[in-house]
Design a protein around this ligand. Structure first.
Ligand code: H79
Length: 498
């Protein structure tokens, strides 16, 4: 008995350690491995891409994610009982709360899929008004249901009462609005009998998984050839052992996908190296074009990103990407939360991608409509600080976030100081010297003066910007600071009238 308790404790400890290791993998800086490994299946390119497609990606700032599939019909509940799963995972519902014969019910839901109000153009207009520059659309989630009439599956939109190709409508409508389209594709596929998560062992299992790999490859080529306007894939569900072990196959597949679609953009989640290292290879190098690990999380420090391109994908509810009927049971992020996350992302050189989960009729949630409007209104006034900006090499400040473009520095203020004086802190060695300050929202110029606060051995200099008492803003606002190239000469600045 004692031994059993001991064993159980050891197992529990090991499990906790493992879980922690997993949970921690995206919450801090990536450790660079000490020794170099020769790799056959490492990254296809080293360093950052400099082509026009990737440059465009870098300047998106804001994206829209859409999770839409047959799970939208359920909306996170069934007969009034809420699922304990994320709404798009509802097929995996089990345990005492799961409805009787649930999988069978779910697997027949597609027979009801008939979104009468679906209008891709309406969604695209809304996304445009919100300020999204790209969209990521779920072509196939883990349940295996295809939102396009795939030749390689019998579980597609073609078999529903709706019949029509949804992916095509999305690609056309969004592209027409000038919004780039990326296709979300999950490798997990609960509908395909050849899909497995564990490594295949017997010859039969191996042959079956080989069929699955061929099917996946076929679908990806089918998507690229059906929708040549698409700009990239956003892969998901790539953590299965069976997929991880297929590194030779996935390496070749990435090569072939890129060759067939010049400029194609693929994140770090697609494949791993021969040691099973995902996102970053065994030498700590990024796999793919941008870091794709910031799912519902944000880096606390710019340094953690190691200069890589990246995106943050975020839900409005705590978790749950597909439609959720009842938002009342949890906190849903406000436009303040989301604008904060947007500016956090762009200030660190990333894109912020906000998820929408439309319902089974093709309508966004009412809450999503409201947020899209609020975000759009804010971005309209402040877009200069959002798009095409880069990280500004300043110490992070408590007022909000810095971004920069050419000779402009932008400070998006979320926390207004009680004395209405915003103090900009620069290293004495800075080469961009502040010249003027103004409010981006109305162009009003602001008083700015160089301040020697007299800290002994200080390595910084300070510029104090005064906000007018009569300037009232219920929203975060942007201070625009123009700069000139040069050295900071404290003695001279002290004398100068600014
Ligand atoms: O589509 C949405 C989710 O349904 C999907 N990704 C977003 C965009 C998603 N599927 N699963 N998950 C998110 C969470 C999965 C977490 C885990 Fe794992 C998979 C825990 C263990 C296996 C990945 C691999 C994280 C840790 C190891």
């Amino acid at each position: 008995m004692k031994l059993n308790i001991f064993k159980a404790t050891v197992i529990l400890f090991l499990c906790c350690t493992l879980l922690q290791a997993k949970a921690q993998s995206w919450s801090g800086p990536q450790e660079k491995p000490k020794e170099h490994k020769e790799l056959k299946y490492g990254p296809l390119h080293h360093g950052k891409r400099t082509d026009a497609a990737m440059q465009r990606f870098r300047e998106y700032g804001l994206g829209q994610f859409i999770h839409w599939g047959v799970y939208a019909i359920a909306g996170g509940e069934w007969n009034g009982v809420k699922t304990n799963q994320a709404s798009e995972w509802i097929r995996a519902w089990n345990g005492p709360t799961a409805p009787k014969d649930w999988k069978n019910t779910y697997d027949n839901l597609y027979k009801q899929f008939d979104p009468k109000n679906f209008d891709a153009k309406r969604w695209a207009r809304q996304a445009k008004a919100m300020g999204a520059r790209y969209v990521i659309f779920t072509t196939k989630h883990h349940d295996g249901f295809c939102m396009w009439p795939s030749k390689f599956s019998d579980y597609t939109v073609k078999e529903t009462p709706y019949k029509k190709d949804i992916v095509k409508q999305i690609v056309d409508a969004y592209t027409d609005e000038g919004i780039d389209v990326y296709l979300y594709f999950s490798i997990i596929d609960w509908h395909n009998i050849d899909y497995r998560s564990g490594a295949p062992k017997t010859d039969e299992e191996k042959a079956s998984y080989q069929r699955f790999l061929t099917y996946t490859r076929n679908q990806l080529f089918e998507l690229m050839s059906n929708y040549p306007k698409m700009k990239g894939f956003w892969f998901d569900g790539t953590w299965d052992k069976a997929w991880i072990d297929s590194y030779a196959f996935t390496y070749q597949l990435e090569k072939d996908l890129r060759a067939a679609h010049p400029g194609l953009i693929i994140g770090s989640r697609f494949r791993n190296d021969e040691y099973g290292k995902r996102h970053f290879d065994s030498n700590g190098e990024l796999l793919g074009d941008y870091e794709q690990g910031w799912e519902r999380k944000l880096p606390a420090k710019y340094e953690w990103l190691d200069g890589n391109d990246w995106d943050c994908v975020m839900t409005i509810p705590p978790n749950g990407w597909g439609y959720i009927k009842d938002w009342s049971r949890f906190y849903t992020k406000t436009s303040y939360d989301l604008i904060d996350m947007l500016m956090h992302s762009v200030s660190m050189g990333g894109n912020f991608v906000l998820n929408f989960g439309p319902d089974g009729n093709g309508n966004m949630s009412p809450g999503e409509d409201v947020l899209a409007k609020q975000i759009g209104n804010w971005i309209t006034l402040n877009k200069e600080a959002v798009y095409g900006v880069t990280h500004a090499p300043l110490e992070p400040c408590n007022y909000g976030y810095y971004t920069q473009k050419e000779n402009n520095l932008y400070l998006t203020v979320f926390n207004r100081p009680v004395n209405n004086m915003v103090r900009i802190k620069l290293p004495k060695t800075a080469t961009d010297v502040p010249v003027t300050a103004s409010l981006l929202v109305n162009g009003a110029s602001l008083k700015m003066k160089f301040t020697d606060i007299g800290l002994d051995l200080d390595r910084n200099v300070y510029f104090d910007i005064t906000l007018p008492d009569n300037f009232v803003s219920k929203d975060p606002f942007v201070i625009k600071i123009t700069t000139r190239k040069g050295k900071i000469n404290a003695a001279e600045l002290e004398k100068a009238h600014m």
